[in-house]
Design a protein around this ligand. Sequence first.
Ligand code: PHE
Length: 340
Amino acid sequence: MKDRIENLLNEINALTADVPEELERLRLKYLSKKGLVSVLFDEFRNIPADQKKEIGQLLNQLKNATLEKIEILKSSFTITEETADQGIDLSRPVAHMEPGTRHPLSIVRNEIIRIFAQIGYTVAEGPEIEDDWHNFSALNFPPEHPARDMQDTFFIAKDPAILLRTHTSSVQIRTMETEKPPIRKIFPGRVFRNEAISARAHCIFHQVEGLYVDRNVSFMDLKQTLLYFAREMFGESTEIRLRPSFFPFTEPSGELDVSCNICGGKGCNICKYTGWVEILGCGMVDPAVLENCGIDSNIYTGFAFGMGIERITLLKYQVKDLRLFFENDLRFLKQFTGTI
Ligand code: PHE
């Protein structure tokens, strides 16, 4: 008898119930008239008198333990008075929650910031609605200069002096106007161009601009900085190549290609079978631009570079269509779960 009581006690202690119906079934199994606990009480009659005291105590313990266990299981289903007052039913299943993910463009922007922070660059931002001076004139785009056609500008309210910035180079100007060299900064931000939306172009996109102004800054510093960036971003075996180019605000100007990280330089449709992909524009800050901002170009030199975050992201994650970045399709965004 003692063993049976002990076994039953262990069994009852281990009980669980997920739904109220199951709990009721358990209650009947142990406590109804023919239940396993009740049956032991029936048998109590036949226990020899000298054992009655001990067995009786054990049986009472068993019964109390069973009642207590049923109460505990029941409380997990019961609405307390307090929660009932608030109309909250704690027994209802919770709505399925999706953990958020960082947008791929934010991931890459943060990575660019991290890479440049390691070599002493700090972040600054400027306004998206700009004036002609900061977006064009101070950057050496003369009025009516055809270079202004390079970037199809959104003007605001027919006032050509106010516009949506077409590049983050405007923040270079704002920084040089207000700070003395040495300046070592990067400027991430959204830019706008009146372009037809396609797999390779959008009217809104993101850039990160870099600027370094100090005594004796040379083209060699620019090249070394870009090599460091390319290898941090695309891997240690990445090679770079600079091609001559033109921007009104840099002289000389260049465009930077990196060895295609998709085919490893062998040739694929991303690099159009050349083994190289263009990732940014750069150059030595034109002395006239330094002077426009009140920096003595006889003492100081500088370099600048600007890259599209979308383009870097396309290459890094092999995304084929830039429109995916703006559609917020969860099937796309979820692929970046777990990436910081
Ligand atoms: N602002 C240029 C563009 O948007 C990029 C650039 C930045 C080029 C800095 C040179 C120096 O195309």
